[in-house]
Design a protein around this ligand. Structure first.
Ligand SMILES: [Cu+2]
Length: 180
């Protein structure tokens, strides 16, 4: 297709150059009157009309260039994603039971910032589960009862949890909460 167009353009250019002198020569000698002048104008118009198509093919190609140039401008939209924070805090659930006078689990280990959920069930008499530092305490429940408490382990360290009923703490109903 392009080859054909190019060929036509070449043909037009070639024919223009070659026909021009031939067309002018026969016309000029024979035409000295006003009537012939009009013929010359027609001949010139044909020449000029033929020429534009050759040049016309190049102008449309130049127009599209400015348009795409403006498109890339809005490209820098993507914003760099913030680097993900260190391991996201998790909810860590522990199910403990308490009897007289001990907890089923003597140590609980979590990471700082973790949300700690304690589900405490008494398998003995009246008991609860308490950590003073984080203000965490379940309700006091009797045998078979369950109570839970949720808190955030906001500080690192080793903390004692215990049963606050009677002298159960002194009787050894304690455990260790380790926040790393
Ligand atoms: Cu107790």
């Amino acid at each position: 297709m392009a080859g054909a167009i190019f060929g036509i353009a070449l043909f037009l250019v070639f024919t223009n150059d070659t026909e021009r002198p031939e067309a002018e020569e026969p016309v000029q000698p024979t035409t000295s009157t006003t009537d012939d002048g009009s013929e010359e104008e027609e001949a010139d118009e044909e020449m000029t009309e033929v020429a534009p198509p050759a040049g016309g093919t190049t102008s449309p190609e130049e127009d599209p260039d400015p348009a795409p140039a403006s498109d890339p401008a809005p490209a820098p939209a993507p914003t760099p994603q913030p680097t993900p924070p260190p391991p996201a805090p998790q909810v860590k659930t522990f199910e403990l039971t308490g009897a007289s006078f001990a907890f089923s689990q003597s140590e609980i280990r979590v990471k700082q910032g973790d949300t700690v959920r304690i589900i405490f069930t008494s398998t003995g008499s009246f008991h609860d589960w308490v950590v003073d530092t984080f203000g965490a305490a379940t309700a006091q429940v009797s045998m078979g009862g369950t109570s839970e408490v949720t808190f955030i382990a906001s500080a690192k360290g080793t903390f004692e949890y215990y049963c606050s009923v009677g002298n159960h703490r002194a009787m050894g109903m304690t455990g260790t909460l380790i926040v790393e």
